[in-house]
Design a protein around this ligand. Structure first.
Ligand code: HEC
Length: 123
């Protein structure tokens, strides 16, 4: 009897263990994109343009979104944190709207990714 109770407990705890592992993996995932990398691959490399113009695959949309979330978590070496938060959260919101297929999300993403507006303050 005790043995079967124990095995039920072990089974019940399994999903918890897996969940913890996945969350940790997700966190280190977003931290692996440095701002430089995001600029090279996401912004200059054309991924952003592709997503904003509606020609990207779902995988590409996901990748860009993950990069933009990471960008928001990275710290800007120049400029104040308040402004960085505002600019990057607009990018995150636009890219998640693209993922959801909302109308005008591509245009919003295009607008939010104004290179000069951000570089003038933060680069
Ligand atoms: C939300 C702010 C933001 C936006 C929008 C932005 N950038 Fe940047 N960019 C930065 C910051 C901050 C740096 C400096 C990164 C560093 O040196 O660590 C940078 C650096 C760069 C670099 C140099 C990377 C390197 O290897 O040193 C390139 C190239 C670049 N951006 C391209 C672009 C292009 C193209 C766009 C527009 C399509 C753009 N960025 C939009 C914040 C932004």
């Amino acid at each position: 009897m005790l043995k079967s109770i124990m095995s039920v407990l072990v089974l019940a705890a399994m999903p918890l263990v897996f969940m913890t592992v996945t969350t940790q993996a997700e966190e280190s995932d977003s931290a692996k994109y440095s701002t430089k990398e995001i600029m090279k691959v996401g912004f200059k490399g054309g991924l952003l343009k592709k997503v904003a113009s509606g020609n990207a695959s779902d995988d590409e949309k996901q990748k860009l979104h993950a990069m933009l979330v990471a960008l928001g978590k990275n710290k800007a070496e120049k400029g104040d944190a308040e402004s960085w938060k505002k600019l990057t959260s607009a990018l995150v919101k636009a890219s998640s709207d693209v993922l959801e297929g909302k109308d005008g999300a591509g245009d919003a993403l295009q607008k939010a990714s104004n290179c000069k507006a951000c570089h003038n303050i933060h680069k």
